[in-house]
Design a protein around this ligand. Structure first.
Ligand code: ZN
Length: 247
């Protein structure tokens, strides 16, 4: 049987077959969910914000009927996963991320602006899917195939190339600008930093740091010490340059 699928907006760039203005006529030879049909055409389900069958919103499990017209719309900014939708009935309580190894530098920048971002460069695809599912995190990756795994409910295919532009992409997509708390999270292990008295860690400081700085933070997980001069100035310059901070 043939169904017609029309991809909208930026989803068109993800489709792996030539597109026509009137949509794709797709032959479906067995009973297949709309998720399977759409993903076979190259579009991971994580990128989809809404699916309509003949004008009515449907879920990923919808089984296409002959002569159906299926409209597939992208997730558009601001992406709000805190509200239930037909495609994702169980919303997220918090915006927390999980980064694939191909966006490792983005993970560090997200931690830098205070976003909870799990990242280890040793996970297999199956492990990433499992962690994203059980910890209810948004998986960030440049790997389209990984995002087709059905265990992954929330994810995003990172489009930009440079880490700095990737950070802007994520901040805009999830409307994070008002929710950032820069320099509150350990860049190494993602734990929230705590203030620590200078006297308690003074024996670990270099002479110049000892002399010029009085405010210190420590990571309760890995014991790393942070202070305003450690990397804050460079990061502030970067954040200002991408308009995430005022001034
Ligand atoms: Zn740490």
């Amino acid at each position: 049987m043939a169904i017609v699928i029309v991809f909208h907006g930026e989803l068109k760039a993800l489709v792996s077959v030539p597109l026509t203005d009137n949509g794709l006529a797709v032959q479906v030879y067995r009973e297949a969910s709309v998720k399977d049909v759409v993903e076979a055409l190259g579009v991971p389900h994580t990128e989809i914000g809404r699916i309509e069958a003949n004008g009515l919103e449907v879920s990923f499990g919808y089984l296409a009927d002959p002569k159906d017209r299926i409209d597939v719309y992208p997730i558009s900014a601001p992406a709000d996963f805190s509200r239930p939708s037909i495609l994702r009935p169980e919303p997220l309580n918090d915006t927390r991320f999980l980064a694939d190894v191909n966006v490792g530098r983005l993970a560090i920048l997200l931690r830098m602006v205070g976003m909870d971002t799990a990242y280890k460069n040793i996970h297999s695809d199956a492990e990433l899917a499992e962690i994203a599912n059980t910890q209810r995190r948004i998986l960030l990756t440049k790997d389209k195939r990984l995002l087709k795994r059905s265990k992954i409910i929330f994810g995003h295919l990172v489009r930009e190339i440079t880490p700095k532009r990737q950070l802007i992409e994520i901040v805009r997509l999830f409307d994070l600008a008002g929710r950032l708390s820069p320099f509150t999270r350990c860049l190494v292990c993602n734990c929230v930093l705590r203030p620590v008295e200078k006297e308690k860690i003074i024996h670990r400081l270099q002479p110049l740091t000892k002399r010029y700085y009085n405010t210190f933070y420590i990571c309760p997980c890995c014991d790393k010490i942070y202070w305003p001069g450690s990397h804050k100035t460079n990061m502030e310059d970067m954040l200002k340059s991408i308009c995430l901070l005022n001034g």
